[in-house]
Design a protein around this ligand. Structure first.
Ligand code: GAL
Ligand code: ZN
Length: 648
């Protein structure tokens, strides 16, 4: 297992390097990542390449048997490049060019930037292609993060139009697909089509969805370009990856597509960042891991795992003693099989002085150093079992078209796609079942239960696949706004909502209501759930049951007895429909019922206790994770605050 740190030897006097490496070794490091922002050191002037600094770094690491993951430095173009070609800088939504001075300021569609990328990447990778101490290349750094996924420059405008030309072939098809007759948007030529930049009111939602797809393709194009360059030089000698940022559904690119050509998925895990009073909750961190594992349906790496508090100008919550270490355990439990902590030592200059590392400015080994050391020492014992494949019977299914369509039209001020995905995920997580988070492109055959949050955009294919899945005995959970729109992001005409799924779900929806902040609608249980109650938030579908049974109904004046949550038997399977943003406890009960029926492994635990089991042949290894600041008992074992125990 690759275990180590992100190291920036160029930030320090060279004479600190030996002591750094010695202390890393004592801490248990076997791998470091280097290089990803150091373009100027490798090409200080155009066309003048020098790698002696990193030659020395790698040689020193090699004598200590520490492996290297090398980042291509394209996230930070050098000043000389931008001075010569300011047109590589991206343009923001107000059509202003961003300035040099941050990072990732470049446009993914810039031919000039690709030319320079090709030169530096080719020179760098060719220089180290036979270096067996380099185990992998990391492409760029967090492609698309910090709003770098969006650009509205002339180059992008041109590319967007040819993307549309390719997709639709004729302008008449565009007009038809987008409904451009509305507000007089009919186009005669492709070069009349605007970018969705600032306008009066809003752009056409169909155009906007195509723009998101175009952005995704632009990022993938750039990433694939680099992966291709590297692979052509190194063949199978060294692996290729790219470190994916957080914020999955908030981004204008599809994570699965972006890293498709990489050998292994990699992620940067920051459960808390600048300005946050507390970390994101345990189920949200778990969701991220399951999402990353789902990209390739394989275990993955974490190239940056938070250790200290982080922030550029405002600093976030300080992870409590053993808390960041616990997050590292949680990551490996969920399938991370290579993990580097960010960063060896915090910088003492530059924009990230307050992104604390394992060591701080005093350069003394302290609490964080010893936590990492004990984690590395312990986790090495489970090398074999942590390589095992994770098998889940429950899958949460997402779709980027949907996530983007919702971002374009959230419909309620309180709507958030990730929250709605996690609303369905959380009860299964709380019951300690193993869950995959996958895009709808994946095969569903191996699952017993599918969670399908807010599936607003659908097509015939997914409807047929779901029907087949249920007919054969599968259970699906749909939530509100299911199947109102087609792939063009237009509403279906002449069909009852949920369009094409109405029979499957056994319901009809004729009235809906958007709910804003603090707007709660009362909901009451029926049948098995008699006596229970909750509130609907965010949105409500006001449901008429056809063949379905109402499990919960609304109880406010005009909608009394209209259904909020329903279940329908269909073929050998079942379809649940959750018509509103209802409370966790209600979904917990329903999920427990499903798990029981489907004979899926689960363990009930106190809140904040996570149990995750990995299996290889007959060997089991069970992680008991205490996410709370209190002592807890899990499966009869005492856990101190933020403690993890592995039973094997
Ligand atoms: C990551 C990024 C690193 C560093 C870190 C600070 O998103 O990849 O380069 O900026 O955040 O927390
Ligand atoms: Zn651009």
């Amino acid at each position: 297992m690759y275990l180590g740190v992100d190291y920036y030897p160029e930030h320090w006097n060279k004479d600190m390097m030996d002591s750094d490496i010695d202390r890393m070794l004592i801490m248990g490091v076997n791998t470091v990542r280097i290089g990803e922002f150091a373009w100027h050191i490798m090409e200080p002037k155009e066309g003048y390449f020098q790698f002696d600094f990193f030659d020395e770094v790698i040689a020193k690491l090699k004598t200590k048997k520490i492996k290297v993951i090398f980042g291509t430095p394209t996230a930070t173009p050098p000043a000389w490049l931008v001075k010569k070609h300011p047109e590589v800088l991206l343009k923001d939504e107000n059509l202003n060019r961003v300035s040099f001075g941050g990072r990732r300021e470049y446009c993914f569609n810039s031919d000039i930037y690709r030319r320079y990328t090709k030169k530096i990447v080719t020179e760098l990778v060719a220089h180290y292609k036979d270096e067996d101490n380099i185990v992998a290349w990391q492409v760029d750094n967090e492609l698309g993060h910090e709003s770098s996924d969006l650009c509205y420059c002339e180059e992008c405008h041109k590319s967007f139009r040819s993307f549309l030309q390719n997709k639709y072939k004729s302008i008449e098809e565009v007009n038809k697909a987008w409904g451009t007759v509305f507000w007089n948007h009919t186009y005669n030529e492709f070069d009349e089509i605007p970018l969705p930049v600032k306008t009066i009111t809003v752009h056409n939602p169909a155009l906007q969805l195509d723009f998101q797809r175009f952005r995704s393709k632009s990022l993938k194009g750039y990433s694939d370009f680099q992966v291709g360059l590297i692979k052509e030089i190194v063949g199978d000698n060294q692996l290729v990856t790219t470190n994916l940022p957080g914020g999955f559904f908030e981004k204008s690119f599809d994570f699965e597509a972006l890293q498709e050509k990489c050998d292994i998925a990699a992620y940067d895990n920051y459960p808390v960042w600048g300005g946050l009073k507390e970390p994101v909750p345990p189920h949200a961190i778990a969701f991220s891991h399951d999402f990353i594992r789902g990209l390739k349906d394989k275990n993955y790496w974490i190239l940056e795992e938070l250790m200290g508090a982080q922030g550029h100008t405002i600093i976030g919550y300080l992870p409590r003693p053993n808390q960041a270490k616990m997050w590292a355990y949680q990551a490996v439990a969920h399938g991370c099989e290579g993990l580097l902590f960010f960063r060896w030592r915090g910088a003492t200059f530059g924009a990230e002085e307050f992104c604390y590392g394992i060591l701080d400015q005093d350069n003394i080994e302290g609490r964080k150093y010893y936590e990492v050391q004990s984690f590395f020492e312990d986790i090495k014992k489970y090398d074999e079992i942590l390589k095992s494949e994770i098998k889940a019977e429950v899958a949460l299914v997402y779709d980027y078209d949907n996530a983007w369509a919702w971002r374009i039209q959230p419909q309620s001020t309180t709507f958030n796609y990730l929250n709605e995905a996690q609303r369905l995920y959380k009860p299964f997580y709380s019951l300690n079942t193993t869950i995959d988070v996958i895009s709808e492109k994946h095969n569903f055959d191996k699952y017993k239960v599918l969670l399908l949050p807010v599936m607003m955009v659908t097509d015939e294919e997914i409807k047929i696949r779901l029907e087949e899945f249920v007919k054969r005995g599968g259970t699906i959970i749909l939530s509100f706004r299911a199947s109102i729109k087609d792939r063009n992001n237009n509403l279906y005409l002449g069909q009852t909502v949920p369009c094409g799924l109405s029979e499957l779900a056994g319901i009809e929806i004729h009235e809906v209501e958007s709910l804003q902040e603090d707007q709660l609608v009362p909901v009451q249980g029926r049948g098995n759930f008699e006596g229970k109650s909750t509130y609907g938030t965010v949105w409500r579908d006001i449901i008429d049951c056809k063949t379905a049974e109402a499990l919960y109904v609304y109880s406010d004046k005009f909608y009394k007895n209209k259904a909020c949550i329903t279940v329908n038997n269909y073929g050998k399977g079942k379809v649940y429909y959750i018509g509103s943003g209802v409370g966790d406890d209600v979904l917990y009960d329903i999920s427990k019922e499903i798990i029981g029926e489907k004979k899926i492994d689960f363990i009930e635990t106190a809140e904040g206790i996570e149990i995750y089991t990995r299996t290889i042949k007959d060997t089991k290894c069970t992680f008991l994770i205490n996410h709370t600041e209190e002592d807890q008992i899990a499966l009869g074992n005492k856990l101190e605050p933020y403690q993890v125990k592995i039973l094997s």
